[in-house]
Design a protein around this ligand. Structure first.
Ligand SMILES: Cc1ncc(C[n+]2csc(CCOP(=O)(O)OP(=O)(O)O)c2C)c(N)n1
Ligand code: SF4
Length: 316
């Protein structure tokens, strides 16, 4: 696909919108903002695949949709497979001269459930076969559309409908999240030459990663943290602030892996204590000091695992 130029600043971002006003997402919805930025960066010659989740249901309720480009629904189980079929069809039709179209940007917009839980098999197979598709995991850290239930991306210590805090399990969720970049990138799937994390709180970095992923021939993966005011319980006007605090505390690391080489894109010199992030969200309000310490230890271990050069807060 055509290589689009790097966006240097918000002011220089394209004015055109391909995700338009008019959808039933919550006020302050992080994933809706991600969709808008991704559509803006990808541009006109794009096809979106929407596995079931908030970014299907909330956007299309009822019998309408905000996209100014083609979009199709997929099952939550098979976003990767539907995208594979679309890619193969375009390649073959262009090769046989049946259509004169330019090969399109093909983008899956999967929630965390649709990417690394119930949709993982199809995503992995698509990447393994090397289809020229950008697979985006818009991560609101729960199965949100069904009423906020735990997913493998939900952080340790978060309350969801399926992980309430109680006397048996006072920290609510007791497992730590899966690591999608470790699953898909850095050799896990040999055809994936580009994988990155991003956040709606850093829109220029996000848009450029969309373009970089699309410019690669073959599969690319983009894991976008998208704060969800409803699921995480914070005020609707704090979405960007919460996203920034995630990066400033190390609850979210922003980096890319290009041809096996890792690079951090937005990294503070010193991480703030994780507690500053936890305090902003009702889903963590039950946590005791020992749980906070466990999360801090996890952040610090992750920083070391990723090789981040950053000063870490002490584990209290
Ligand atoms: C096979 C199947 N199982 C369960 C469901 C019910 N379901 C609809 S939306 C949804 C949540 C999707 O979660 P996620 O992929 O994280 O996206 P989000 O809603 O958080 O945006 C589920 C489980 C379904 N549609 N299909
Ligand atoms: S529940 Fe979360 S992801 Fe779903 S529409 Fe509301 S803010 Fe967006």
């Amino acid at each position: 696909m055509a290589v689009a130029e790097t966006i240097k600043s918000i002011a220089q971002a394209p004015a055109e919108e391909y995700y338009l006003p008019g959808h039933r997402t919550c006020a302050g919805c992080g994933p809706a903002l991600a969709y808008r930025l991704i559509a803006k960066a990808a541009g006109k010659n794009t096809i979106f695949i929407g596995p079931t989740g908030c970014m299907y249901v909330a956007n299309t309720s009822y019998a309408c949709g905000p996209w100014a480009v083609p979009w199709t629904h997929a099952q939550i189980t098979n976003g990767g497979a539907v995208a594979s079929g679309i890619e193969a069809a375009f390649k073959m039709m262009i090769k046989k001269g049946k259509i004169k179209d330019e090969f399109p940007n093909i983008i899956v917009m999967a929630g965390d459930g649709g990417a690394i839980d119930i949709g993982l098999q199809a995503a992995s197979a698509m990447m393994y076969r090397g289809h020229d598709v950008l697979f985006v995991m818009y991560d609101n850290e729960s199965y949100a559309n069904t009423g906020i239930q735990t997913s493998p991306s939900t952080p340790y210590g978060a309350t969801t409908m399926f992980t309430p805090a109680g006397p048996e399990i006072p920290e609510a969720k007791k497992f730590f999240p899966k690591d999608p970049m470790a699953i898909f990138c850095g050799g896990g799937h040999p055809e994936v030459k580009y994988g990155a994390t991003a956040s709606v709180a850093y829109p220029v970095d996000l848009m450029n990663k969309v373009r970089k992923g699309l410019a690669y021939e073959g599969p690319a993966f983009l894991h976008v943290q998208c704060p969800c005011p409803k699921g995480w319980t914070f005020p609707a006007d704090k979405t960007v602030e919460v996203g920034k605090l995630a990066v400033e505390t190390g609850m979210w690391f922003i980096y890319e892996i290009e041809n096996g080489v890792k690079k951090f894109n937005i990294m503070p010199k010193k991480l703030k204590p994780v507690e500053e992030y936890l305090q902003t969200q009702g889903r963590f309000s039950h946590l005791q000091p020992e749980h906070v310490a466990k999360l801090q230890a996890w952040v610090n271990a992750k920083a070391q695992f990723l090789g981040a050069e950053v000063t870490l807060p002490p584990v209290q």
